[in-house]
Design a protein. Structure first.
Lengths: 505, 167
């Protein structure tokens, strides 16, 4: 089956009433989650994860993807109307978006953002379609050494590019890896670090950790933040939603630049959507004809980053679908949903479960159209969600987090883990440690150990096995290239900053 | 103005690093004492944890010796709630812990309604808030969650001792 046949097959799968409903519910719930400050895409998907277990695997994954894309869309609404980004990838959108809203262009900006997200998401799906099937063919050749290079190398890259200092990512990443060693290990079945607690024998579940770190911790931050609680958005009228001809013309090149850049970022391990939006903002500042206006309310400042973050979010499906390796917390959640349904993600997914592979890709097209239809005409509904007082929605989300967490394993212990992760996430946020490396460390840790030990078993203890095959060498070289490029970029930025400071003196 | 207390970031990160160092020592000791190390051709279950313990120690040391709490982009301090805000946050955490501790006994729906009431009461800034109105909100939300998740989606939640009298 070639890509076009695959897509047509996927459309036939995604267009069934049950799957369309799943996409719609996911897109709707995702937008609501993205609009509400406190729950970002990761916590949103984590909360909904247990509910997808009662659906068939394709519908469940389509719903999760809908929530993911929807929350990316919704996060921008609060950024523009209230200067509160609904999630980290919308931080950049808030800069120019809020300035445009203050100039009375909130409605038009929301339309530019929604169409930009649609363009970014839809074009990136074409890339995902081509890359995933190509990569899946190569990945069949992978053995333990290659998978070890990919997972361990991916974590190394992530720890360096996820923002902040190296230590700010390395410390939480190692804690995540250590959490992954709790319970029965995969190679010999030995039980580790359970301290006689039966609930730990199965290991630390991903859902309470993710909901705690991303949901509970954010809600704790909201509880102490009364300034934002008092902030109420203005209403947006339908007739204000239409951008002017100049605004459309200025947005198109930024969308295309953002989409391309976002796709590249989506292929690299790390918080792709956030990094892509920041990189796109810098690109717009460097290339736009209206660069001087960026920062004080320019349409390019929202069009580029929004297309970039949606494109990156979509592109991050490539390693998930082709290799079965999650490089982002959301991809990790999608993999755990597949595993619960008895589906092994990886290079064989495309041949063993074409309905899931192509159905998910086709649903991204359908989901993007739904989001466009949901976001522009219903902007008033989303704005009214922002008027729900904190004292109502914070307790409601806390109860939802308990239901979502408990239902995975019917375990009260998991709710303790949720509470502990929430407190840890709260302090890590305050102390500027990164959270994403902890989650990805927890997910990839058992895989890294398994491949590391299997490779040694296979080679009778010869450590050269890790760099023997051309694929493993190529992966390590790519890791080194990304690290070196990052190092050079940081040195350049530091040099430019020093020069700017010197010239201002 | 929100009551808050400011703390220097660098010393706080150093305390976190010291705790991580202690954790790495305990973790490696436990792995060494309770798990098999194996041989190069047959690595045991202790190998990976020992390597992770060393990595945690290295990352803790790098936090401990970082320059002025990290890079220039990092703030010099951070704020934690104090006074009434701290009390409110701690009460909310206490109510949350109590909520899931009593859940197996009194069931999800009643525990949720009680927690929702307590949390809404704690978080509402309105001095004229009505217990009746908050109570109605709490019961309505708890009931709709029970109907949607437990009855419709068949999510398994504790029923508690009152299960037979509800529905």
């Amino acid at each position: 089956m070639n890509s076009l046949q695959g897509l047509l097959y996927g459309l036939s799968v995604a267009a069934t009433p049950a799957n369309l409903l799943a996409a719609f519910v996911g897109a709707f719930a995702g937008t609501a989650i993205g609009v509400l400050p406190g729950l970002g895409p990761v916590a949103g998907v984590a909360l909904i994860l247990p509910l997808t277990f009662s659906l068939d695997p394709t519908a469940g994954l389509i719903m999760m993807a809908g929530i993911f894309y929807g929350s990316m869309y919704g996060g921008s609404t609060t950024a523009i109307l209230l200067n509160i980004p609904g999630e980290s990838a919308s931080v950049v959108t808030a800069i120019d978006g809020y300035q445009l809203a203050k100039k009375g262009r909130a409605g038009a900006t929301l339309t530019i953002v929604a169409v930009g997200s649609f363009v970014g998401g839809t074009l990136a799906v074409i890339g995902v379609m081509m890359f995933s099937s190509m990569l899946a063919k190569v990945a069949i050749l992978f053995g333990p050494a290659e998978f070890f290079a990919l997972t361990a190398g991916g974590l190394v890259v992530m720890s360096r590019i996820s923002g902040g200092t190296l230590a700010s990512a390395l410390l939480p990443m190692t804690i995540g890896l250590m959490l992954g060693t709790i319970g029965q290990e995969a190679v010999t079945g030995e039980t580790r670090f359970t301290f006689g607690i039966p609930d730990l024998a199965e290991g630390v579940s991903l859902v309470p950790v993710v909901v705690g770190l991303y949901g509970f911790a954010e809600l704790m931050l909201l509880v102490e933040d009364r300034a934002h609680a008092a902030n109420k958005p203005q209403s947006v009228k339908m007739r204000e939603l239409l951008p002017t001809r100049t605004e459309w013309k200025r947005a198109v090149p930024s969308w295309l630049r953002g989409t391309f850049l976002g796709f590249l970022f989506g292929l690299v391990p790390g918080p792709a959507a956030t990094l892509a939006s920041f990189a796109s903002y810098r690109l717009e500042k460097a290339t736009s004809k209206h660069a001087a206006e960026i920062g004080s309310g320019a349409i390019e400042g929202v069009a580029g980053p929004e297309a970039a973050n949606n494109s990156a979010a979509t592109a991050s499906l490539v390693p998930l679908l082709a290799l079965g390796i999650p490089f982002t917390p959301i991809a990790a959640l999608m993999i755990s949903a597949m595993l619960v349904q008895g589906i092994q993600p990886g290079p064989l997914l495309i041949t063993q479960h074409p309905e899931i592979f192509w159905g998910l890709i086709a649903s991204a097209y359908i989901g993007n159209v739904m989001l466009l239809l949901l976001n522009i005409p219903m902007v008033g509904v989303w704005v009214s969600l922002l008027r729900i007082p904190h004292y109502l929605f914070i307790p409601l989300l806390l109860v939802l987090s308990v239901i979502g967490t408990y239902s995975v394993r019917n375990s009260i212990f998991d709710i303790w883990v949720l509470l502990g992760s929430g407190v840890l996430g709260y302090f890590f946020n305050k102390m500027k440690f990164q959270l994403a490396p902890l989650v990805v460390g927890l997910i990839l840790g058992p895989n890294i150990e398994k491949h590391f030990r299997e490779a040694l078993f296979l080679s009778q203890g010869d450590p050269w096995i890790y760099v023997e095959s051309p694929i493993a060498v190529a992966i390590w070289l790519l890791v080194a290239a990304i690290l070196i490029a990052g190092f050079i970029a940081r040195r350049r930025a530091a040099f430019a900053e020093a020069m700017a400071q010197e010239s201002s003196l | 103005m929100t009551p808050a207390r400011s703390f220097s970031l660098a010393p706080a990160r150093r305390i976190a690093a010291l705790l991580a160092l202690l954790l790495s020592a305990l973790y490696v000791t436990n792995a060494w004492q309770t798990l098999s190390v194996g041989r190069w051709h047959k690595p045991g279950a202790a190998i990976f944890p020992i390597a992770l313990g060393a990595l945690l120690a290295i990352s803790a040391l790098s936090v401990l010796f970082e320059r002025r709490g990290g890079d220039g982009a990092m703030p010099a301090s951070f704020a934690l709630p104090a006074g009434s805000d701290l009390r409110r946050l701690l009460l909310l955490l206490g109510a949350f812990a109590l909520y899931f501790l009593v859940m197996p006994l009194i069931g999800n729906m009643i525990a949720s309604a009680l927690f929702l009431f307590a949390a809404m009461w704690l978080l509402s800034d309105d001095p004229t808030r009505s217990p009746m109105r908050i109570g109605i909100y709490a019961i309505a939300i708890a009931l709709s969650f029970e109907l949607f998740f437990v009855r419709l989606l068949q999510v398994q939640m504790p029923g508690g001792v009152f299960r037979q009298w509800l529905f």
